[in-house]
Design a protein around this ligand. Structure first.
Ligand code: FAD
Length: 323
């Protein structure tokens, strides 16, 4: 492994000054679970690593009207957060599937999205929650929607010396449910063949939650209510991972569902539209045709799962195998 200098600054200002001094030779390091692997594999050769570990305030989860997640928050911290399990279930699903507990204890959410792998498990939940990313650099600060953050596989809009300072997630509307499904060959330590996140907000006046808690399965109960035009979609977001060079929103599929009475046929049409919006490729983990087929299956399932989580929120407790 190539030798590098290692710095552990104690303040953000110190970190930014250090980066300015070393410029292109430097890289940030958070948990190190991606960057150290890349250095060992010789796909990256920084001469200087600047750690974000010692900087106060970057590793907190806070809620003050909106959810604030520091870039140094580990996946395990997210997994253990009751608030995230309850109101941001798709993100809890995603971290519950990420790596192993050992990896989740050190790997961070900031590192996961900065690596910008199309397979990053937290990317699609962050997309459906409308996450805003606060960036700080030696010269300026900015806040951008996550849709504008990814430029290509391994590429983001971050310029030399810039870092993610905070992720801000607006509080979802009332009667919102969300879910993420990671399609993988085995149930542990595997990257996704496909990742699908859905967030749905139902029209409060139309959905009668109490009488949906019937003895039949939640899915058949939801289908029954759909037939009676009782499930109205106020807002919906659908995001796909490993389905294009970057994680994407399926905007046209969302538009088909938004403001409509949901039906099985409409969900089928939306899922087919999501397939057309994707640009999957053949890779070692799966072929494009299989990814397309599974987008269709999983978009529908994640919409149903999200609706189920609106009507039976007590069932959302993680860990949960969705299917
Ligand atoms: C065994 C194993 C299993 C894994 N399984 C999964 C999996 O199932 N799903 C998955 O999505 N990933 C998986 N990963 C990948 C990895 O663990 C995650 O991407 C992790 O979240 C990276 O976070 P980190 O803190 O370790 O980042 P680091 O390795 O420290 O950094 C990654 C990159 O982000 C940059 N960076 C970090 N923080 C910031 C910041 N705040 N601002 C700007 N740039 C920053 C670094 O410079 C570096 O380029 C796995 C890795 C291993 C080794």
């Amino acid at each position: 492994m190539k030798k590098f200098e290692y710095f552990k600054p104690r303040t953000l200002e110190e970190a930014l000054t250090l980066f300015t001094k070393h410029g292109e030779k430097a890289k940030w390091i958070a948990g190190g679970t991606d960057i150290i692997v890349m250095i060992k594999q010789k796909t990256m050769a920084p001469e200087v690593l600047i750690s974000l570990q010692g900087i106060p305030g970057l590793g907190q989860i806070k809620f003050n009207g909106s959810l604030s997640i520091g870039p140094m928050v580990t996946h395990r911290m997210i997994e253990m957060s009751e608030l995230i399990k309850k109101d941001f279930s798709a993100l809890a699903d995603a971290v519950g599937w990420l790596g192993s507990i050992q990896i989740r204890n050190v790997a961070t959410i900031g590192g996961n999205i900065c690596t910008a792998a199309p397979s990053a498990d937290t990317a699609t939940p962050l997309l459906v929650f409308g996450t805003q990313i606060k960036i700080i650099g030696p010269k300026e600060k900015s806040t951008i929607p996550i849709e504008k953050f990814f430029k290509g596989p391994g590429e983001t809009v971050l310029r030399t010396g810039e870092l993610i300072k905070e992720l801000i997630i607006p509080k979802p509307l009332p009667n919102t449910g969300s879910a993420y499904y990671k399609l993988q060959r085995r149930l542990a330590l595997d990257l996704p063949i496909l990742g699908v996140s859905v967030l749905i907000s139902l029209d409060k006046n139309k959905v009668s939650c109490s009488d949906m808690l019937c003895t039949t399965s939640p899915i058949s109960s939801i289908l029954h209510k759909m037939e009676e035009d009782q499930i109205v979609c106020k807002e919906v977001r659908i995001a796909l991972g490993v389905a294009a060079p970057t994680p994407i929103r399926a905007i046209k599929a969302e538009a088909l569902l938004r403001g409509k009475n949901l039906s099985d046929e409409l969900l089928e049409e939306a899922a087919e539209t999501a397939v057309k919006e994707a640009q999957p490729r053949d890779s070692i983990r799966g072929e494009a045709w299989y990814r397309r087929d599974m987008i269709k299956v999983l978009v529908k399932r994640m919409v149903m799962k999200s609706i189920e989580r609106v009507i039976q929120p007590e069932e959302t407790v993680f860990p949960e195998r969705l299917w």
